[in-house]
Design a protein around this ligand. Structure first.
Ligand code: UYC
Length: 232
């Protein structure tokens, strides 16, 4: 009833991240009244940088069929809750869509595709990157891609998460791979079926960087100046 909605609304506004996380699916189950609370929440926070709680709320709304929700998103968040900034006129909306719908495997492929687009037509055709191309990638674009992953994964996935783990291990790759679920003992995790394409994965599991041509591309990615400027 109304009392339930009111107390859930209060907890969503004032609760800890953990409480907020629990409340979102409860509100989602309550139909229109719950959706109203979720829309109000997102609306009020639109001047702040989105965090992963906003991401969870947005995902519920984005995946709702209710007409008033569709109208709300179209008018207030036509491109999602992460600003899709690009220095290279790249369209990140396809990536935002795949992440908002939690299609992580397709989002992972799209991420490689967008990184190639950033590097130019040669890389798009080649479908993989040289480390020099990664070094030259614009900060803003890498931050946009990373923020999309962070916000839509509960803060679990993204290059900045991988970087944090990598630095915490003193940049030791052999300790890093098992930590993010890319290697077990001497065995590489096989692409694509052995990877975990949902939020049960270890922190930093996604997005993937193929290691077939060595670690230099990933080293460049994780050392990029995009991560030393505060963006999240
Ligand atoms: N693959 O094993 N990977 C591919 C990963 C390696 C290999 C794609 C990640 C080890 C081959 C992605 C790991 C290895 C292909 C990833 C991993 C290997 C392929 C698709 C754990 C053999 C087909 C995008 C580190 C021992 C290549 C792309 C082709 C594809 C990711 C083999 C995203 C994180 C060393 C043979 N692997 N990759 O880049 O062109 O093709 O047919 O890393």
């Amino acid at each position: 009833g109304t009392a339930d909605i009111d107390s859930l609304r209060q907890s969503l506004i004032a609760g800890s991240l953990q409480i907020q996380q629990q409340i979102i699916p409860q509100l989602a189950k309550l139909g229109n009244e719950g959706l109203d609370v979720l829309m109000e929440f997102l609306q009020k926070r639109r001047d702040h940088p989105a965090n992963w709680i906003d991401g969870k709320v947005y995902q519920v709304l984005y995946n709702s069929d209710a007409p008033q929700v569709k109208e709300f998103l179209l008018s207030c968040f036509p491109e999602g809750i992460v600003p899709l900034k690009s220095d290279s006129q790249i369209n990140y909306n396809p990536l935002q869509h795949l992440l908002a719908t939690q299609e992580f495997q397709a989002a992972d492929r799209m991420t490689i595709q967008k990184l190639c687009e950033l590097a130019g037509p040669m890389a798009v055709q080649r479908k993989w990157l040289y480390f020099t191309e990664v070094e030259n990638a614009p900060i803003i674009d890498l931050q946009t891609i990373n923020n999309l992953w962070l916000v839509h994964s509960g803060g679990k996935f993204g290059f900045s998460v991988q970087r944090e783990i990598w630095l915490s291990l003193g940049k030791n790759w052999e300790n890093f791979w098992p930590k993010i679920g890319w290697k077990s003992g001497n065995t590489w995790t096989r692409y694509p079926h052995q990877f975990t394409w949902d939020l049960s994965a270890p922190r930093g599991h996604l997005p993937l960087s193929n290691q077939l041509r060595g670690v230099r591309v990933m080293a460049s990615l994780l050392s990029h100046p995009a991560w030393s400027k505060s963006s999240n």
